[in-house]
Write a protein that binds this ligand. Structure first.
Ligand SMILES: Cc1cc2nc3c(=O)[nH]c(=O)nc-3n(C[C@H](O)[C@H](O)[C@H](O)COP(=O)(O)OP(=O)(O)OC[C@H]3O[C@@H](n4cnc5c(N)ncnc54)[C@H](O)[C@@H]3O)c2cc1C
Length: 503
């Protein structure tokens, strides 16, 4: 964790922390919420709501905040550690953030922005640790070197040029580069043993991270509950309606013995941190800013091993280069994962198609999201992304043995018997209007806010969880223009520099 943060302690945090909240599984006890009014309602118990809630609770300790989660626990969708890869995305190893320009030079601007944005997250976690709100950051963060491995003369040349361009950029100066097999083997032995004679190259940044975003989400929501934030698990927001300058929020209790009548509450501000369901909920809110947006769901799977002999030989996150035509989110990587104190290796992701917008979603999600306002974008994006469609169909019909070969490119001596398939989280890639093509598919994250700032939601997946803190600072600036000046000094204490650096 960075040690540069100096923070003061909020008196109200200390007072509120004397009472223990109920465990998250039993978060429904207490009075019925029907008819209640909240300053802020956060839809979804994932890393995004948890991060925004933390900011709001520290900036406005007296606000009444409610988190509504449709499942029986928080962090069970994309933020669950086995549904994502847990990479602290700082652009240290992911080649898709440093594309090659037509003249052969390397674009580093996007990588520098992602690196800075990840630093905002780290700074926030460090501040919460210093305030005593996060007791032990090692419960969610492990220092794990970030490496890139490429094969073949062309890619070796590209990696060398990337290294030379990026090592000058702040945040990347400690990067090492090597084409020497012994050096690469000393960094990650599994990559070299048994490899045929071919040119290889690797870069390495020792201070990369593996993050358990599920544990982090739970830590943050624990902080929030100590400070008085209410949490309703097994409750689903089904409607959002703007009336009389407030949001009316309709909430269904999903427990089997609950009343069928949904509860209605009101809120001044609503954040739709519903992951893949953010798109349909924002559509239902009726705000004009969501018109034209669509979502393309992509499923995924990983290979995982917990064999201690193999796990002990690989202590790094190693990213490769995506094959031609494949989407950036399918860049293969072989990762050390640390989840609940236990180490494992994860390889993937293997992308596929499923019409669900959440892992626990409905087969009708994609069809139900079609609107007159987004059908042109959806068809246009589909038509202009035939490569992606072909790639996904190829992945869907590929046999397990064929897919296993991708792991052999990284770890030539891998044996199928040591690995199991696990299903990853759903990604819903953003589709936006595009004048020329009708619609275009985006691979980033998109913050959608209403013109009056009373509602905001987050679409898309990448770089996602890693840059949650920077995204939420941007949200605060956009949605709360009347308050942001009074929050400025508190924000500077929490995340120094972020106020000005986040656009
Ligand atoms: C395969 C894969 C790999 C990834 N790898 C990485 C990585 O290495 N590093 C990284 O930084 N990011 C990664 N990501 C992205 C990251 O996981 C997401 O950006 C992040 O988890 C999104 O958090 P969230 O809070 O928006 O959504 P979620 O964690 O999905 O949470 C949304 C919550 O909202 C709830 N919900 C939905 N609708 C409603 C409703 N109507 N009412 C109440 N609750 C509702 C859901 O049940 C869910 O709990 C990856 C994602 C995937 C899928």
């Amino acid at each position: 964790m960075p040690s540069t943060v100096s923070v003061s302690t909020h008196a109200s945090a200390a007072q509120a922390s004397s009472a223990q909240p109920a465990p998250i599984l039993f978060a429904n006890r207490g009075s019925d919420i029907a008819g209640q009014h909240y300053d802020a309602v956060l839809v979804g118990g994932g890393i995004m709501s948890a991060t925004l809630g933390t900011f709001l609770s520290l900036l406005e300790p007296t606000w009444r905040i409610l988190i509504v989660e449709r499942l029986d626990e928080v962090a069970r969708e994309s933020s669950n550690p086995w549904n994502n890869a847990g990479t602290g995305h700082a652009a240290l190893c992911e080649l898709n953030y440093t594309p090659e320009r037509p003249d052969g030079t390397i674009e580093t601007t996007k990588a520098a922005t992602i690196n800075r944005n990840f630093e905002v997250s780290r700074t926030l976690w460090a501040a919460l640790t210093r305030r005593g709100l996060i007791p032990d950051p090692s419960r969610f963060l492990s220092v794990t070197p970030h490496m890139t491995l490429v094969r073949g003369a062309k890619d070796v040349d590209y990696l060398k040029r990337r290294y030379e361009a990026i090592r000058e950029v702040p945040g990347f100066t400690s990067m090492e580069f090597s084409t020497d097999r012994d050096t690469i083997a000393s960094w990650a032995p599994l990559l070299v043993a048994g490899r045929r004679d071919e040119p290889i190259a690797a870069t390495r940044v020792a201070e990369g991270t593996d993050i358990n975003f599920g544990a982090l989400t739970r830590e943050l929501i624990d902080i929030l509950r100590h400070r008085g934030t209410e949490l309703r698990t097994n409750h689903e927001v089904t409607k959002l309606h703007r009336r009389g300058g407030k949001w009316q929020v309709q909430i269904k209790d999903r427990r089997w013995n609950a009343s069928r009548r949904p509860a209605k509450i009101t809120a001044d501000f609503v954040f739709v941190g519903a992951g893949g369901y953010a798109l349909p909920l924002l559509q239902r809110s009726g705000i004009k800013e969501i018109r034209g947006y669509g979502g393309f769901p992509i499923s995924g799977k990983f290979l995982r091993t917990t064999n201690p002999d193999i796990v002990a030989k690989h202590q790094a996150k190693v990213y490769g280069k995506a094959s031609v035509g494949s989407p950036p989110m399918s860049v293969p990587h072989l990762d050390t994962r640390v989840v609940d104190g236990k180490e494992a290796l994860l390889f993937g992701p293997y992308a596929g198609f499923s019409p669900r917008y959440l892992k626990t979603g409905s087969l009708w999600d994609l069809v139900r999201s079609l609107r007159l306002g987004n059908i042109i974008s959806m068809v246009g994006a589909g038509w202009h992304n035939m490569d992606l469609t072909r790639y996904l169909i190829g992945q869907l019909i590929a046999r397990d043995e064929t897919q296993f070969r991708a792991l052999l490119d990284f770890y030539p001596e891998a044996k199928p018997g040591d690995w199991e398939w696990i299903t990853a989280g759903q990604r819903v890639q953003v589709i936006k209007r595009d004048k020329g093509k009708g619609g275009k598919l985006e691979f980033g994250t998109e913050l959608v806010t209403s013109s009056d700032g009373s509602i905001a939601g987050l679409l898309g997946a990448s770089p996602g969880a890693s840059t949650a803190a920077a995204t939420m600072v941007r949200l605060l600036k956009t949605c709360f223009p009347d308050r942001i000046d009074s929050w400025r000094s508190d924000l500077e204490e929490l995340v120094p520099g972020a106020f000005d650096s986040v656009g």
